[in-house]
Design a protein around this ligand. Sequence first.
Ligand SMILES: [Zn+2]
Ligand SMILES: [Zn+2]
Length: 648
Amino acid sequence: MLLPISLPTTITVKTKRRATSTPRATNTHKHRTTTFNSTLKSLCKWGNLDEALRLIQSSKPAPIEKEEQEEGLSLFLHACISRRSLEHGRKLHLHLLRSQSRVLENPTLKSKLITLYSVCGRVDEARLVFQIGHESPPEPVWVALAIGYSRNGFPHEALLLYRDMLSRCSKPGNFAFSMALKASSDSGNALVGRAIHAQIVKHDVGEADQVVNNALLGFYVEIGCFDEVLKMFEVMPRRNVVSWNTLIAGLAGQDRVPETLGAFRVMQGEGMGFSWITLTTVLPMCAQLTALHSGKEIHGQILKSRKNADVPLLNSLMDMYAKCGEIGYCEKVFDRMRSRDLTSWNTMLAGYSTNGQIHKALALFDEMIRSCIEPDEITFVALLSGCSHSGLRSEGQRLFTVMQDYGVKPSLEHYACLVDILGRSGKLDEALTVAENIPMRPSGSIWGSLLNSCRLHGNVPLAEIVAERLFEIEPNNPGNFVMLSNIYANAGMWEDVKRVRERMAMTGIKKDAGCSWIQMKHKIHIFVAGGSTDFRSSAEYIKIWNELSNAIKNLGYTANTSVVLHDINEDMKATWVCEHSERLAAVSALIHTGAGMPIRITKNLRVCVDCHSWMKAVSEVTGRLIVLRDTNRFHHFENGTCSCKDFW
Ligand SMILES: [Zn+2]
Ligand SMILES: [Zn+2]
């Protein structure tokens, strides 16, 4: 029996029916519409939107079927959205209005046109499209406009629209829930978000789908409710890469570094795989921890995937290598990149700078200019800080002037570099003049770098002036007190050392505990100054320590105890410096890693003078490369010398 004509059918049913009644007519019809859509499709694919629009304008609705016409228009709108072509969208909209077409009553097309206007920042025009026709449009149309509001920075309006939708008895579905959760977190409205969570739970359509669960997870990450994030994650019936990425990004955003790496490991263990976003989030954590081992593993995974990594991922890979002191690997990644953005160039420049290879940084900068890459403020911070670390005063001063030719206005950070460049090279008066005449309010770091320059050049009177200013700006920073007392100690002014120490005690400020860490295999080992008593009294520690002490003594190393702030005898002072955290880390690495393996240590404070000499001597007697990253820079100790040339 033939199907009744009035039955609402799918395209296949219709074709079947026609096939039995008027086969010839259908074939011609079908042929015409297929040709129309396939021509339109290829025009859209190649971005020939002008031609595609002409084709649409020249076709009359009659010769092609309604569904086919709608499919064609949908293709065209899709192309306009991906190319953000407001002009073509407007022309189509005008054409449809002129031809009195009712095609925009189709919710899919209507949503697409709304999306096109909103991605082009025309949320008012999107609203006009929304108001065409329907008394109460279906869910996708509401959601399209609400997303448009959110996207254009009006999350509050998106939520109002969601409320309107509910009051018109339109039942929210998964898209509406996801949109409303995003709008709640964007507007910082935790209460509304939680209310939507309750709505989802009470929703009678059954279990929330993956997209909604991920949106809930994202919402709790955004509002910083980490307990809820973990709870949500636990009870999710299914987790996909997006769920894991949300969790990992949440942990990373809170600087919970070991937990981020841990979550990534579990994700891998569960065979979830990864996306480039996962790796781009995890790599900076490896960089922060100097976890080269984990960073290299991720590099291996990128290579194994045989897919072309995107530019942001390669940039964070470079940054990880640079921050682990592996500048050679960083260079290799940079050289092999098929395309680079400004961040790639800046990362390479900063890598050279912090690793003490300023001449390579300057050569790269020249290449960058020759390749017509426009430098920005970050480029110059990298170059200027490189110049200050390497003592290139005139080059630094030249760059500070040149910077303005490239339209980069000096910021506080650039001035800080200039003060550092002048101060380190002994031009303390000039540095002071610059610091006093900075057009913005100088930060503590500027006076801090000047104080460090006073230490390097033993200028006590200026140090006292600078320190007083610093104490005003940063009354609670123990580092400043420690620096001033070191300056007095170097000058043998013990009474003044005592005075600073008393002042520090009076204000109740405590020196931060020195802390160093190393990665061995997958584990991060942390050492605190004066801590790890079990380790220090172990036989293996004592054996290596004694061997090292004898060997470096033969090289002429003697402890420089001026860095110790306490009123104790010389022997005690020597013991105290021996317990500095970077030495404990180094000895541990010597015990647990194979001969010849480089040792990488990261420290939370600046390395002291005595540990610096100790590291140099140890690198010579053990034949190991020791890379020490302190708060300020890298020290690569090799064969008894340091890459900083004792200038830090
Ligand atoms: Zn030390
Ligand atoms: Zn050094």
